[in-house]
Design a protein around this ligand. Structure first.
Ligand code: NAP
Length: 253
């Protein structure tokens, strides 16, 4: 594939939030984007935003933790957009609770979406990247990978994403494929709004309280993360691999 041809990108969890901003950003850079999420209809807004700006996008309903659905989704991407050579593993869920109250289902659901999901999509897409001798995999980790009260499942999954990323970088580098992780701090999305709801705070107050702990004195927006992902997926980032970039408005303790 020549570098002037549009590369095909798959962004998971792209119906809203960070995934939607990332899909829009990659499309603005000329990528044809497969917008994956649990519910195909929910991907409509992201797809419309991309096509209204003159880009190419395809909505696909897919549970990333389901092997057959992931295989079918990637086959559909190949048929309708072309072979995917950019993959952003962004789909995510929270099932927060203190350890003594956490159910096995809370644990399995979080592991299933983040780790099993990233494994299944990466395995399904890698052959296309190897064939093209070009690939960019970006995995969404989190500042919670460093440990966060009430998130023993999520922090383990997000730390796992970092080990997964570094191993992909080592296995796939010789095929022209890089793998990197972006680890956001507090980003204003439905996910953080749900946390505010759960602790009984208004979202504006919740964001303002979070901002007092962030050196740049504001919370992040989905586009802040999309910008970092765009760097790692770029043609020029071929010598950057196996890295974890914390995008949190400052250093983390
Ligand atoms: P979000 O607004 O909750 O969006 C996540 C999207 O993923 C939703 O559209 C969700 O669909 C989808 N999804 C959930 N399970 C899925 C599955 N099994 N298969 C396919 N799609 C699935 O979250 P966000 O804040 O944009 O977060 C995006 C990523 O960044 C996540 O990996 C998250 O852990 C990470 N992150 C976020 C923050 C933050 O502060 N927001 C910080 C650090 C890391 P449904 O709506 O149907 O569930």
């Amino acid at each position: 594939m020549s570098t002037t041809e549009a590369r095909v990108a798959v962004v998971t969890g792209a119906a809203r939030g960070i995934g939607a901003a990332t899909a829009v950003r990659l499309a603005a850079e000329g990528r044809a984007v497969a917008v994956l999420d649990l519910d195909e209809a929910a991907c409509k807004d992201t797809v419309e935003k991309i096509t209204a700006a003159g880009g190419t996008a395809l909505a696909i309903g897919c549970d990333v933790s389901d092997e057959a659905q992931v295989e079918a989704a990637v086959e559909r991407v190949v048929r309708e957009l072309g072979a995917p050579t950019i993959l952003v593993n962004n789909a995510g869920v929270l099932r927060d609770n203190l350890l003594f109250k956490m159910s096995v289902d809370d644990w399995d659901t979080v592991m299933g979406v983040h780790l099993r999901g990233a494994f299944l999509t990466s395995r399904a897409c890698q052959k296309h990247m190897v064939d093209a001798h070009f690939g960019r995999i970006v995995n969404l980790s989190s500042s919670s990978a460093l440990g966060n009260r009430g998130q023993v499942n999520y922090s383990a999954a997000k730390a796992g994403m970092q080990g997964f990323t570094k191993t992909l970088a080592k296995e796939l580098g010789k095929f022209g494929v890089t793998a990197n992780a972006v680890a956001p701090g507090f980003i204003a999305t439905e996910m953080t709004k749900a946390t505010a709801d759960r602790v009984g705070m208004g979202f504006e107050d919740f964001k303002a309280a979070a901002a007092t702990q962030i050196p740049v004195a504001r919370v992040g927006e989905p586009e802040d993360i999309a910008n970092a992902v765009a760097f790692f997926t770029g043609e020029a980032a071929g010598f950057v691999s196996g890295q974890v970039l914390y995008v949190a408005g400052g250093p983390l303790d």
